[in-house]
Design a protein around this ligand. Structure first.
Ligand SMILES: NC(=O)c1ccc[n+]([C@@H]2O[C@H](COP(=O)([O-])OP(=O)(O)OC[C@H]3O[C@@H](n4cnc5c(N)ncnc54)[C@H](OP(=O)(O)O)[C@@H]3O)[C@@H](O)[C@H]2O)c1
Length: 305
């Protein structure tokens, strides 16, 4: 049995659970699933699948050092949506990310994957100043670089799981139709979509498996975890064919939250990752087998039956 431990943050969530599953399936590493409550239903399920489960809070650096003891590598993610985190202010995610980098450095972690997003303020040249959860993650990238901890950055696409997690795809009342609703998005602008469950864990695993033997290609580089590049209009057509019911794209005016509105307006205007091929050919070369949105749409058919 492997003695190479990877600490996975956010393990009870969408991203981290994909990483834990991929690590378990592969067998090269043991996943140590980090949670604030190791007795929760989700944590108990991870234990049953074969993951180690350890309790820590990103606000508590001593707890981080404890769970990183004996760990070779870290998958690091912070959660913008957690009310306990956002209650601490706009830059809370940056503080959490820095805590994790400090703890990784103190415990001599050999490799750190940071789940990140572009810096909206910088990319938009100051036009979009309110997308704190992007800028904070990007600021942690700088901190990680300066720390000297060997690392890669993994930029994520828009989660296909948002369709049900955030109700982006909902039935139209009294009809057989569905609406794919995304605020402030040009119907023809591309979105960079990741099927997190199937593809994100693979991306993290490929980097973990090759950070030593492909050091120069992997360390200090930024990779793009996106399964497909499609406009929402194209995505609606794919969903329509697979779900066998009419799906139309609707760009709603506002979410009622300035930060989310600006996030979507930024993505529509600038694109998340306009200067790279999608799927990322470097990840394909490292062994990632990305799925298509056609495959995704067929798989989720029963949710919208
Ligand atoms: N939705 C999208 O399209 C999208 C796209 C790109 C990036 N993102 C980013 O993804 C992030 C959220 O990831 P997700 O959707 O995978 O999360 P999620 O499903 O909402 O789960 C949140 C995870 O974070 C953990 N967590 C929260 N606060 C913590 C703390 N203080 N200490 C330790 N663990 C903590 C939770 O663990 P416990 O509750 O078990 O402690 C849980 O595992 C957000 O920051 C968002 O910006 C989202």
């Amino acid at each position: 049995m492997s003695s190479r431990i990877v600490a996975v943050f956010g393990a009870t969530g969408t991203q981290g659970s994909s990483v834990v599953q991929a690590i378990l399936l592969d067998g090269t590493f043991i996943p140590r699933a980090i949670t604030r409550n190791s007795n929760s239903e989700k944590a108990t399920k991870l234990k049953a699948l074969g993951a180690e489960v350890a309790q820590a809070d990103l606000w508590d650096i001593d707890s981080l050092k404890q769970v990183l003891s004996g760990v070779e590598a870290v998958y690091g993610v912070t959660d913008y949506y957690d009310p306990k985190n956002s209650a601490q202010g706009h830059n809370s995610e940056m503080l959490l990310g820095k805590n994790l980098v400090d703890a990784a450095k103190a415990t001599h972690v050999k490799y750190f994957i940071w789940s990140s997003l572009p810096h909206c303020t910088k990319v938009s040249n100051g036009k979009y100043l309110n997308v704190h959860h992007f800028d904070n993650k990007a600021n942690v990238e700088d901190y990680l670089r300066d720390s000297g901890v060997p690392h890669s950055i993994l930029h994520n696409g828009w989660f296909s799981e948002n369709l049900w997690n955030y109700n982006n795809l909902v039935p139209v009342p009294d009809s057989d139709c569905l609406e794919l609703t995304v605020p402030r998005y040009d119907p023809h602008s591309p979105q960079y979509i990741i099927w997190v469950e199937r593809d994100l864990g693979q991306c993290a695993l490929a980097l973990l498996k090759h950070y030593k033997d492909c050091e120069s290609e992997v360390l200090s580089h930024t990779f793009y975890a996106a399964s497909a590049k499609l406009s929402y209009t194209q995505f609606a057509s794919i969903l329509q064919r697979a779900l066998e019911k009419p799906v139309s794209f609707v760009s709603s005016a506002s979410t009622g939250m300035q930060e989310l509105d600006d996030m979507y307006a930024f993505q529509s205007e600038f694109g998340l990752y306009p200067y790279t091929a999608i799927p990322d050919p470097r990840l394909i070369n490292l062994g990632v087998k990305f799925h298509t949105m056609e495959e995704f749409s067929r798989e989720i058919k029963s949710r919208y039956a």
